[in-house]
Design a protein around this ligand. Structure first.
Ligand code: C2E
Ligand code: CA
Ligand code: CA
Length: 691
């Protein structure tokens, strides 16, 4: 055989003479078979003495002599086969190897060389197999391998149709998102995606079907506990016979990563301001213990605490002051709670206490303890402040099984309390359900109230107690909504303030009032004035005084016929307040302080502000004829106001006796149901202004 000529070359032969064209064509340049000759040395190592072109190319071993280096990871298999050759002089076998994770199969023939002195020379013939059976075998192998990878994957992998139906999902969905596989298959992917991302995913699926490979996106996926988790999604095409038939979603849960990151930033489960556990910690606690609650049939109560009118506190002492108050409240709640409670800050001005296995009575006791804490004053900057809280309670599992629903219900109960007198607690009951959804609906209706002409300004007369004359009115807003009917300003003004609608509504009221004043002035009723309620949000807007001035100019009315009624909470931040008040005085409008005595400030600041009128809050007028304390407060306010050169108006006068006491205390003006409630302009004109 031609290869015998090569014996003893001493180094691997890759080029040979063209003496033997037969050898050159059928061995050296063979297209499918690799020919390699190895020789055993004294050291028992093998060296390669010849390799044809295909072999040197395949093994990248042009000048590599050592067999183990030449064949690399193949060598152990080949060496084993050589050893097995001992008895016969020729051996044929299949060689399975893995290269870069790909399985390769070769037909291997080993032959001991004949007719050569050195017995330990072997000729190897290697050819890669590409027949169908093997291809099929490896396809099955590959598929099994693929399925193992999918099954073991820590990522959730879903096969999804073009219209978003889930065909298949791997077991990871259970450990990551808490669903059984069969609870997911057949549903639409959108059932698990937060609404705001649904369109995005639909677009991405469409793009994948068009042959694109979109980037990874970050969205939120619904956990079985009704909580959205942040995830990364990669969408890939699934081909069948060269056509895209489905998509595959690879979903990676990022919450762990976030947790880690946040832990790193010390944010994790603690509220930054108060150091209390936060809402996320509550979610974690719930997820971790839910199974135990279920198994041991445990109950727990969510005691949802909302501070009443905390917004006013913000207005009064600024955000950093309000933060200090929040810290003090957190501390108090911590101290007053039973030892086995869990206390969370639910963001903003809300706190949550969770108690486990408490009876309804015991839970009530906790709520009472909390309310008791709010009877004590809170000291800030040398001044005492009083706050109250409203508490709503929901119970697991009676009210709901998911945390989200429990929180919604405790919140509904809390809102219910706020709306019904505050500073109390209530357990959730189904009749509260419609109540809060109305709240949101109300806002959407309020947005269209101006446009639909549902708002109207009513006027309540203010009586001169000495003469019985009426020369001024307070403008009070009324909202008659097509769905809800008459909504009380106490309710919708708060919504208007929270939603920012107060600015357009407030300006509209001013416009109506100025127009009315103009009419009266044109009719010769120049001595009549109207007071307009101004929300602190309006008052604190830059350019408030300019806006008032523009209205006065527009209708060319006497500035002093317009009175702005502000509450004490508008009168914070000395410098800016003083500036606005001075501007208003320069324009010539009257300034009154509404609900005097209920705010956070004292009479002492009045000295520094150019205020014309003080309105004694109705709570001091109420029962003034029987409640000595109220009488004393009212008298003090009247006395002090007069000393400071201001007028006084008493609000909420309902009985003759009250009017008498107020007059005796030198209060010259009053308004209240005793005289009239607020009326539409036609009735006012008819009753009080017709000649
Ligand atoms: P407020 O400024 O203290 O207005 C007096 C409230 O007491 C009015 O309630 C009035 O109808 C009511 N009232 C008058 N006399 C009596 C009485 O003898 N007894 C009793 N119990 N109540 C009496 P209303 O109209 O429901 O307004 C409630 C609050 O809504 C107002 O309190 C004011 O803060 C706010 N508000 C009303 N209109 C406007 C407005 O146009 N803009 C702003 N920012 N707030 C307004
Ligand atoms: Ca008022
Ligand atoms: Ca008032």
């Amino acid at each position: 055989m031609a290869i015998n000529y090569l014996k003893g070359v001493g180094q691997i032969s890759t080029r040979i003479s063209n003496l033997d064209p037969f050898f050159e064509k059928y061995v050296h340049q063979h297209e499918h078979t690799m020919y390699i000759i190895v020789e055993k040395e004294l050291s028992h190592h093998y060296k390669v003495v010849y390799a044809n072109t295909l072999a040197t190319k395949y093994f990248e071993g042009v000048n590599v002599v050592k067999a183990s280096h030449f064949f690399k990871q193949f060598w152990p298999y080949i060496e084993r086969e050589i050893h097995l050759l001992q008895t016969s002089s020729r051996r044929m076998c299949k060689l399975h190897t893995y290269i870069n994770g790909n399985q390769q199969i070769f037909d291997l023939t080993i032959q001991k060389s004949e007719g050569i002195t050195n017995e330990d020379t072997y000729v190897l013939e290697l050819s890669e197999i590409e027949n169908l059976t093997v291809a099929h075998e490896s396809f099955i192998d590959l598929q099994q391998k693929y399925e193992t990878i999918v099954d073991q994957s820590m990522d959730t992998i879903l096969d999804i149709t073009r219209d978003g139906h889930i065909l298949k999902v791997n077991p990871a969905i259970r450990s990551v998102f808490g669903y059984e596989v069969k609870k997911v298959v057949g549903y639409k992917i959108n059932d698990f995606i937060r609404q705001e991302y649904q369109r995005l995913l639909e677009d991405l699926i469409a793009r994948v079907f068009m042959g694109e490979l979109p980037d990874i996106v970050e969205i939120e996926f619904l956990h079985n506990e009704q909580l959205y988790l942040p995830v990364h999604v990669k969408i890939l095409p699934i081909y069948e016979k060269g056509k895209i038939v489905q998509t595959q979603f690879i979903i990676r849960d990022l919450s762990k990563y976030y947790e880690y990151n946040e832990k790193f930033l010390f944010l994790s489960y603690r509220d930054q301001l108060t150091g209390l556990l936060n809402k996320k910690a509550l979610a974690k606690y719930f997820i971790e213990n839910r199974l135990m609650f279920l198994q041991e049939k445990k109950k727990f109560s969510i005691i949802h605490i909302g501070l009443d009118r905390f917004r006013l506190m913000n207005d009064a002492i600024g955000y950093s002051g309000a933060d200090e108050i929040l810290k003090k409240i957190s501390k108090r709640l911590q101290d007053c709670c039973p030892s086995d409670y869990k206390l969370y800050r639910n963001g903003g001005d809300e706190f949550i206490i969770v108690v486990t296995n408490y009876s309804k009575k015991e839970t009530e006791r906790v709520a009472q303890l909390v309310l008791g804490e709010f009877e004590k004053s809170l000291l800030f900057n040398g001044q005492d402040y009083f706050l109250s809280a409203s508490i709503g309670i929901s119970i697991y599992p009676d009210d709901a099984h998911s945390l989200e629903k429990l929180l919604r219900k405790s919140e509904q109960a809390m809102f219910y309390v706020k709306e019904n007198g505050r500073s109390n607690y209530r357990f959730y009951s189904d009749e509260m359900k419609s109540f809060v959804s109305n709240e949101m609906l109300l806002e959407s209706h309020l947005r269209r109230a101006l446009e639909l002409k549902e708002l109207a300004v009513y006027y309540q007369p203010q009586i001169n107690l000495e003469t019985g004359h009426i020369t001024s009115f307070e403008a009070l807003l009324r909202w008659n909504n097509r769905k809800f009917g008459l909504v009380s300003p106490g309710h919708f003004i708060r919504i208007a303030e929270d939603s920012g609608l107060i600015h357009s509504i407030g300006e509209w009221v001013l416009e109506q009032v100025c127009r009315q004043l103009k009419r009266w002035q044109d009719e010769g009723l120049s001595h009549i004035s109207i007071a307009v309620n101004i929300s602190p949000k309006q008052f604190k807007m830059a350019g408030f005084a300019k806006m008032i001035e523009a209205k006065i100019d527009k209708y060319s009315i006497h500035p002093s016929s317009l009175e702005v009624e502000i509450t004490e909470s508008s009168l914070t931040n000395m410098k800016e307040t003083l500036h606005t008040l001075k501007e208003l005085k320069q324009i010539g409008v009257m300034i009154s302080v509404d609900d005097f005595g209920t705010g956070y400030s004292s009479l002492s600041y009045l000295k520094q502000y150019p205020i014309d009128i003080i309105k004694i809050d109705q709570s001091f007028v109420k029962d003034i004829e029987v409640d000595k304390k109220n009488e004393a407060i009212a008298k003090t306010i009247i006395h002090l106001a007069h000393n400071l050169g201001m007028d006084v108006i008493a609000e909420g006068v309902e009985r003759e006796r009250q009017a008498q006491i107020l007059l005796n205390a030198n209060c010259r003006k009053a308004q209240g149901f005793l005289y009239s409630k607020a009326l539409p302009i036609e009735e006012i004109e008819e009753k009080y202004l017709s000649k």
